[in-house]
Design a protein around this ligand. Structure first.
Ligand code: UDP
Ligand code: MG
Length: 315
């Protein structure tokens, strides 16, 4: 199968028929074999009925219905699990992404050998103040932290080599950082394509103001998990030891000053408190590292490594 098109959706009943027809048109013109996987992320409008209807008419269209709303990441994750095409395309259901981009995206994966291509909504048709500006800041931060040169991490329109989607796990709100997840999984060849963006035709946006707070928290945790989750002691243990040593030095100095020179009461000196706090914080950091180490030793995926190829084992 050439293509799997994965579409997460929440209450998008008006858009679905138009979107499906448009995708069908593009697939026909290019002669692709394809499947469309629509994941209904707990809609409470008639989206699921629409999907059932579409699937009945076109047997390339498949649907997955969540029992409740789990979020876009969960929907993508399920879609990735089900996808069978050599190239997997994700797109939003609200018709802000254009299916006309699909042939080019596919070509970049197949011919230009990219592992993943992310869309870039260079010209955006969203609210300037509440969306475009924060999104610029957010992308700059994500790009710096992850060292991936992308302008638009959170674009819904993306293309992947099949192997990539089978190697990554998207959870929480991590759909914003799939390029980072792909990079951590070892897929470095990440490209970008300027894509057409359109104004939302039906319905309203499903993400509120808290997208920014959650977005940044997720960025921090993803960088941290990627770097240190297998060796927490290297961070906490190191800093714990350093802080503890500083505290010890201060106390030795204070002790000598008190017992040999007896000028001050120990507690009269500000440095006393710095020493005290350093000892406490140092111990706590060290303990956090130790506990982290124990947890990571017990975690189920501690020995899961992605192996690209093996040779000579079946001789
Ligand atoms: N979406 C989803 N689950 C959610 C929220 C959103 O599946 O909990 C879908 C939504 O239906 C749409 C896509 O994710 O297909 C992008 O959402 P939206 O267009 O509201 O985001 P925006 O374009 O405003 O960033
Ligand atoms: Mg949208």
């Amino acid at each position: 199968m050439d293509l799997s098109i994965v579409i997460p959706l929440l209450n998008e009943e008006e858009s679905l028929p138009e979107l499906a027809a448009w995708i069908e048109r593009v697939m026909h013109t290019n002669g692709y074999s394809y499947e469309v996987i629509m994941i209904d992320d707990g809609s409470y409008d008639s989206s699921w009925n629409v999907i059932e209807e579409l699937s009945r008419k076109n047997n390339n269209i498949r649907g997955i219905k969540f029992q409740r709303n789990y979020g876009k990441s969960a929907a993508l994750n399920e879609g990735f699990k089900a996808a069978q095409g050599d190239v997997v395309i994700t797109m939003d259901a609200d018709m802000q992404d254009s299916p006309d981009e699909i042939p080019d995206l596919r070509r970049m994966i197949i011919e230009d050998r990219y592992d993943m291509v992310s869309g870039w909504k260079k010209k955006r048709f969203d609210n300037k103040l509440t969306k475009n500006l924060p999104s610029k800041l957010f992308n700059a931060a994500a790009s710096r932290a992850s060292k991936i040169k992308l302008h638009d991490f959170n674009c819904g329109l993306k293309a992947y080599r099949k192997k990539v989607v089978k190697s990554i796990e998207v959870y929480g709100e991590m759909h914003r950082y799939i390029p980072v997840l792909a990079k951590w999984a070892g897929f470095r060849n990440i490209g970008e394509k300027v894509v057409e963006h359109r104004a939302r035709k039906y319905g309203v946006t499903k993400f509120g103001w808290n997208r920014f707070i959650n977005g940044f928290l997720d960025l921090i945790s993803i960088m941290f998990v990627g770097k240190f989750s297998k060796k927490p002691m290297h961070v906490f243990g190191l800093w714990g030891s350093i802080v503890f040593l500083i505290g010890m030095c201060i106390w030795i100095y204070l002790g000598i000053a008190k017992f040999f020179f007896a000028k001050f009461n120990m507690t009269d000196r500000p440095i006393f408190y710095i020493g005290l706090i350093s000892l406490v914080i140092g111990t706590q950091l060290f303990l956090a590292g130790f506990l982290g180490e124990l947890i990571s030793r017990n975690s189920a995926d501690r020995n899961i490594y992605l192996i690209e190829e093996k040779i000579g084992f079946n001789k």
